[in-house]
Write a protein of this length. Structure first.
Length: 175
């Protein structure tokens, strides 16, 4: 939240301590010490609230991607069986670990960076919107073509739609 500033009413006193300069408000002889209070206007409060919501969203998304990625790498057959998908062919498990596991862990890293660093916030939100939006397009095509899906697939589709909508709104607010 480096772009937000909080203003304080206080006297500052510069001192030297063990070779470093630091500022502090002193209680002794400082009548303004009782008046230390942040000064916020409505737009600053909204900005702080919006930034906190975005950061929380990115941290939770990173956690979900990380959990799914670890599960996909450690048990790709179990993960896909939960979705009603069977892995076939010589490279099936290899691809599931790479596609679901590796990409999910990479997505988790980007979302974590977005939650920690301002400069990665917008790219992380754009990635989530594009990634989840891509799933929605693919699920829509399956619906049009009359493909069948189990209940767990519909739960994932609902999750992907919600994630897409939240990230798209957050991207639109930052753009």
């Amino acid at each position: 939240m480096g772009d937000l500033s909080v203003l304080y009413e206080m006297n500052t006193d510069f001192s030297v301590g063990i070779g470093r300069h630091f500022s502090h408000a002193t209680a002794i002889g400082n009548p303004k010490i009782d008046q230390l209070r942040p000064v916020f206007d409505k737009s600053t409060r909204r900005s702080i609230c919006s930034a906190m919501i975005t950061r929380i969203f990115l941290f939770l998304t990173a956690l979900m991607f990380a959990a799914f990625g670890v599960w996909s790498i450690t048990d790709p057959v179990g993960m896909t069986s939960q979705l009603g998908v069977t892995i076939g062919g010589e490279s099936g498990v290899f691809e599931m670990r790479g596609v679901y596991g590796g990409i999910s862990l990479g997505a988790a890293a980007l979302c974590l960076l977005g939650g920690l660093r301002d400069r990665f916030e917008f790219p992380a939100l754009c990635f989530i919107a594009a990634y989840m939006g891509g799933y929605i397009v693919g699920r829509g095509a399956s619906f049009v073509y009359g493909d069948s899906a189990g209940s767990s697939n519909w739960y994932f589709a609902g999750y992907e739609l919600i994630m897409f909508l939240i990230s798209a709104v957050l991207v639109a607010r930052k753009a």
